[in-house]
Design a protein around this ligand. Structure first.
Ligand SMILES: [Mn+2]
Length: 557
């Protein structure tokens, strides 16, 4: 695997080097200590927000029945939770409920039949969260049946906007300084603006703001929002709350973190422990199971709900592994694009499987669930960064029934009699645009670490530059002239790790290779090598370790 080093000017300090590599325009102090003053923008800047809160205030005054319509992923669940909590807990308004669509049955977004059902329940106002900006026909249907519809969303709008009572979306709000916020942040800003409209006590409004912060932070990370600008402020603040003021969190969130035994939460835990559990509910069964975990205030009951989520998540993982092996079996991985379609595939998981195959093979992939009764195949696409998914979909416009997406991810529906034509068209398109040779994946290394930087404060210094994720990736480092003194296998029987004891001149550190104890180490000892990896906190011994490896390949500088 080839490596490329982005920055090797050790005259600059570490933060300055990372600043240059990432082309960050903010001042160093604003970036390291993001403040509300600098990054928060007022909810009043959102398109139609006054219309929205006026109608909601009227609904409250008239004791109307309100329905929040969300989505089945983490952002959709959190958006619903954040808005609902304002009504129930902060203004004591109980004539409100949440409906989340069922992924397999309903698909994404509010449908006209949902509006009919909601009206039959006696509701006179629907507020969508994390969806609705493309619901043009549905908004028309709402008008036809005299049901008021407020859309709050953060997705990109189409050419035609729905004719709803209000459209609250940063993407169509020219005054928003930073529109790349998640659906939960939009819902939160709506509630905060509603608090002003209702003249809620300032202290109470502040309490709501703080109590919701961790939930909005989780949604921001889970929805893959870029962790820059206002999102960086939100996520940094929410991590600080989860870590330093845990007793002030809602009992449901405390219960969640305790159950997962997370000591110091960072974006990694959100992405790999919290979100998958909440998402699994919507993938395998109903997202209401995830929502129930957030709403539950009885610790014993919540423990049961969390165990249930864990079980669903394990099922999801098993199904995912099965699907990956089936996909590899039935797809021709030597082609430029990996395409696998099966009746056995689960609709909620096709996206993850496509993502894993693309990551492994560094090629675009399409995973489809076949529905023989309906005569269609529906699925997800993922692509490596050198490829544009949506352009390929547009190229096959005449043979696809439905499609959508962006550069690296998309979805499609195709009739079964066009499936082979689609395979052929996609492969031809890839051959034409990529060329004969599939590009080789180059691992980028941010910068070198000098010996004096390998001190006990390295982890804390890098933590200030976080949270890491989309838009601010975890830095990858190179350390040269390292001697591997000794290698140990540590850990319990089922899961052993390799520990490489390293030294660079007078400085000692270690590299951990988690879960790889059984593989052993056959690399060089007692001779200078280069090591590449990320810096992690050492919970056992304090300080830090490198999660990385010895590289023998040449590194392009
Ligand atoms: Mn979202």
């Amino acid at each position: 695997m080839p490596y490329k080093l982005l920055h090797n000017n050790l005259d600059l300090d570490l933060h300055s080097r990372l600043f240059e590599i990432r082309h960050i325009q903010d001042s160093i102090s604003d970036f390291l200590n993001p403040s509300y003053h600098k990054y928060w923008w007022d909810p009043s800047k959102l398109h139609d927000i006054d219309k929205a809160v006026d109608r909601i205030a009227q609904a409250i005054a008239q004791q109307e029945k309100i329905m929040i319509f969300g989505d089945y992923d983490v952002d959709g669940i959190m958006s619903s939770f954040v808005l609902y909590t304002f009504f129930r807990k902060y203004i004591g308004y109980h004539n409100i409920s949440i409906q989340l669509p069922h992924r397999q049955r309903d698909g994404y977004g509010i449908k006209s039949y949902h509006l009919d059902e909601i009206q039959e329940l006696g509701c006179t106002l629907v507020i969508t969260v994390d969806n609705g900006i493309t619901a043009v026909e549905e908004a028309k249907h709402a008008q036809d049946i005299w049901l008021d519809l407020i859309v709050t969303d953060h997705h990109h709008a189409l050419d035609t906007l729905p004719d709803a009572l209000a459209l609250v979306n940063p993407q169509i709000s020219p005054d928003c300084k930073f529109p790349e916020i998640c659906g939960a942040t939009v819902a939160w800003k709506l509630a905060l603006h509603l608090a002003d409209k209702l003249n809620i006590d300032k202290k109470l409004k502040k309490a709501y703001h703080h109590e919701m912060l961790p939930f909005v932070g989780i949604a921001t990370v889970a929805d893959c929002m870029p962790l820059v600008d206002e999102n960086r402020l939100i996520v940094k603040e929410s991590l600080e709350m989860m870590n330093q003021q845990r007793t002030q969190l809602t009992s449901s969130l405390q219960g969640f973190l305790d159950y997962l035994n997370i000591q110091e939460v960072d974006s990694y835990h959100i992405g790999f422990m919290i979100s998958p559990r909440l998402n699994a509910s919507g993938r395998m069964w109903s997202a209401h199971d995830g929502l129930a975990c957030l709403l539950c205030s009885d610790p014993i009951k919540q423990h049961g709900l969390l165990e249930n989520l864990d079980r669903i998540n394990s099922e999801r993982k098993d199904t995912q592994e099965d699907m990956i092996s089936t996909a590899i079996e039935i797809a021709d991985t030597s082609k430029h694009i990996i395409i696998a379609a099966s009746e056995k595939f689960a609709a909620g998981i096709v996206g993850i499987v496509a993502g894993r195959l693309t990551e492994k093979h560094y090629k675009p992939s399409v995973i489809l669930e076949i529905d023989v009764d309906k005569g269609i195949a529906t699925g997800s696409l993922r692509g490596p960064e050198y490829f544009n998914i949506v352009e390929m979909l547009q190229d096959a416009d005449d043979i696809l029934m439905r499609y959508g997406g962006h550069e690296q991810a998309g979805g499609l529906t195709v009739s079964l009699d066009q499936l082979d034509a689609m395979r052929e068209r996609f492969e031809q398109y890839c051959l034409r645009t990529i060329g004969e040779q599939i590009p080789t994946k180059v691992t980028t290394i941010d910068t070198l670490l000098a010996e004096h930087e390998l001190d006990s404060g390295l982890y804390e210094s890098l933590k200030m530059f976080g949270p890491y994720g989309i838009g601010n990736p975890q830095p990858n480092f190179l350390i040269e002239d390292v001697i591997i003194d000794r290698v140990d296998t540590i850990g319990k029987k089922e899961r052993t790790h390799l520990k490489l004891h390293c030294s660079k001149w007078m400085t000692k550190f270690h590299i951990m290779r988690r879960g790889q104890g059984n593989d052993g180490y056959d690399g060089p000892l007692h001779t200078p090598v280069s090591v590449v990896g990320t810096i992690k906190k050492d919970d056992w011994n304090g300080g830090w370790y490198m999660d990385g490896q010895v590289v023998s390949e040449e590194i392009k500088k």
